[in-house]
Ligand binder design. Structure first.
Ligand code: BJW
Ligand code: ZN
Length: 245
């Protein structure tokens, strides 16, 4: 399977990569679904909604600050570095991530678009201003974060039921329509619109390589499905590429 993935990549001219929470799991960042997605008995997917923020902004901010703390202590893992390495090998390359943790950039990725926002940004609900927002590790935050205009800040994150950034989505689709290969890594494949990407790639006759710990709803349409840890599989694919060249 590794060899087949490497062969597909060797015959490709443009590569689209879609990543999800699974690629950051080996950096110690909890994924959304499954038991590690639980925080104080709340499910991550229940907290990532505008309704949860409206009802209890303190709780939702506490969760995002807790996650910031984990992310600030985390390091990119071999899977993030492998994706950055792939970018160097392909002139035509785009990484679309659903993750908000910045780890791809910290690993050296440059051509990266964030579909669901960034955990280190906040947006003012009154004036719309977007600001950098980062906790100081060890320092407790007692008040709700406020903008200079005194408006309430919210995480600059795309929650369920909210529109994804249209410029990022359009740019991704434009690249995808011309890409001959897609790698789909560490995503459950159930959150839309990212979940539609493999089907769109297939319609464009692109080859699809999926890397995940377990089969997903996408697995039935991909050309190569590799079950395993992203941090082990992606470096192995790169090694095989280098050996074949
Ligand atoms: C490993 C591994 C290792 C582990 N190596 N692998 C059409 C049909 C049905 C529903 C909808 C629809 N259109 C819209 C919806 C509603 C909704 C949706 O999709 N709901 C579904 C749950 C059904 N979508 C939306 O609301 C989106 N907006 C939208 O479409 O706007 C238009 C619209 C609005 C209203 C109505 C209709 C249309 C917005 C989605 C925003 C998602 N936001 C979140 C939270 C914010 C980010 C944050 O706080 O960090 O984004 S939810 C959460 O899910 C997060 C993630 O980015 C996203 C995807 O999760 P991901 O990455 O797949 O993670 P997991 O945990 O689910 O899976 C991890 C995977 O990794 C697993 O498969 C593991 O096996 C694997 N893994 N370790 C390799 N080491
Ligand atoms: Zn403001």
């Amino acid at each position: 399977m590794i060899q087949k993935a490497a062969e597909i990549l060797e015959s490709s001219k443009s590569l689209f990569v879609l990543t999800g929470a699974g690629i950051s799991a080996e950096s110690g960042i909890p994924t959304f679904r499954g038991t590690d997605g639980l925080w104080k008995n709340y499910s991550a997917t229940d907290l990532a909604t505008p309704e949860a923020f409206e009802k209890n902004p303190e709780l939702v901010w506490e969760w995002y600050h807790w996650r910031q703390g984990i992310i600030l202590k985390a390091e990119p893992n071999p899977a993030h570095f492998a994706v950055a390495e792939l970018e160097k090998k392909f002139n035509n390359f785009l990484l679309l991530t659903q993750n908000v943790d910045n780890l791809h950039r910290r690993a050296g990725s440059k051509k990266v678009l964030e579909l669901h926002g960034n955990i280190f940004r906040a947006r003012c609900l009154s004036c719309g201003r977007i600001v950098h927002h980062q906790i100081e590790p060890g320092k407790e935050i007692n008040n709700l974060p406020k903008c200079d205009c005194e408006g309430l800040l919210r995480p600059d994150i795309v929650w369920f039921g909210e529109q994804i950034p249209q410029d990022i989505w359009q740019a991704s689709l434009e690249f995808l329509s011309a890409a001959d290969t897609s790698i789909i890594c560490g995503t459950s494949g159930i959150v839309w619109p990212a979940a539609a990407i493999p089907e769109m790639a297939k319609k464009n006759r692109a080859k699809i390589i999926e890397i995940n710990l377990e089969p997903t709803p996408i697995s039935s349409i991909v050309d190569v499905s590799i079950l395993g840890k992203a941090g082990e599989i992606l470096p192995l694919i790169i090694q095989t590429l280098n050996t074949n060249i």
